[in-house]
Design a protein around this ligand. Structure first.
Ligand code: NAG
Ligand code: NAG
Ligand code: NAG
Ligand code: NAG
Ligand code: NAG
Length: 189
């Protein structure tokens, strides 16, 4: 199937209409991991606002923590810090969201409300292990990409790379499955 092939290859996809998805979201709390060229399953983390990928504890921000997601009403995803992974930040119960096409910022984010005019905090669906977003028109989209930050191994997690010419951006897919080996993806032959 074309959708699955594109996702496996890490190609951004938009599928018009509402194909029937048989897969369901995880029922237990889960982490999200980004996969793309040179990014072998880096976890999603936040400092309580923007979304990033990489190892939260490699930043020196005490609010930075890997995110533990749960699915909620309207296919929204609520975010809490995974404190097993280290820091104990002050934020909790934030709503994951993607910017809409009227927003100049491409960064995926977290807010403490489900309604933020220019962002969509609902419509997140899983196709197998892949996280997609369903637009209000019913189109299924996977348009995740990563933009390097000024810190090695930390990327900003963004949405919709169309018209974004940032150097070094990497198209990624988001999955609820961690990499089979924690680290050292680069060292694999
Ligand atoms: C929380 O972090 C620990 C340690 O990194 C990890 O083993 C566990 O799977 C994470 N839990 C979730 C729900 O992401
Ligand atoms: C992606 O960005 C382009 C250019 O800004 C815009 O035309 C398009 O509607 C956007 N798509 C989505 C799904 O937001
Ligand atoms: C943004 O998305 C809406 C709804 O899909 C669409 O009608 C509009 O043309 C898009 N705007 C741009 C600039 O792409
Ligand atoms: C929600 O976030 C805004 C801005 O970050 C903050 O000013 C406000 O106090 C927060 N509200 C709650 C209920 O946490
Ligand atoms: C968590 O956030 C959701 C969405 O904003 C809200 O409906 C719910 O009441 C919040 N739960 C707690 C325990 O604050």
């Amino acid at each position: 199937m074309r959708l699955l092939q594109s996702l496996i290859l890490g190609i951004p996809v938009v599928v018009a209409g509402s194909p029937v998805l048989v897969e369901r979201a995880p029922t237990a709390p889960f982490g999200l991991f980004a996969y793309g060229e040179g990014i072998g399953g880096a976890p999603v983390f936040t400092t309580g606002d923007g979304a990033y990928i990489g190892t939260a504890t490699h930043t020196d921000d005490s609010e930075a923590a890997q995110v533990e997601f749960i699915t909620a009403t309207d296919s929204s995803l609520l975010a809490n810090p995974n404190v097993t992974a280290a820091n104990e930040p002050t934020w909790s119960n934030l709503t994951f969201n993607v910017p809409d096409n009227t927003t100049s910022s491409h960064q995926v984010g977290f807010t403490n409300t489900t309604t933020d005019g220019k962002r969509s905090g609902f419509g997140f669906v899983f196709y197998g292990e892949f996280l997609l977003h369903k637009s209000v028109e019913g189109d299924l989209e996977s348009m995740w990409y990563a933009v390097p930050s000024d810190q090695d191994g930390i990327w900003s997690l963004n949405w919709n790379s169309t018209d974004d010419d940032t150097e070094g951006k990497v198209l990624v897919t988001l999955k609820a499955t961690p990499p089979s080996k924690e680290v050292d993806n680069e060292n694999k032959a």
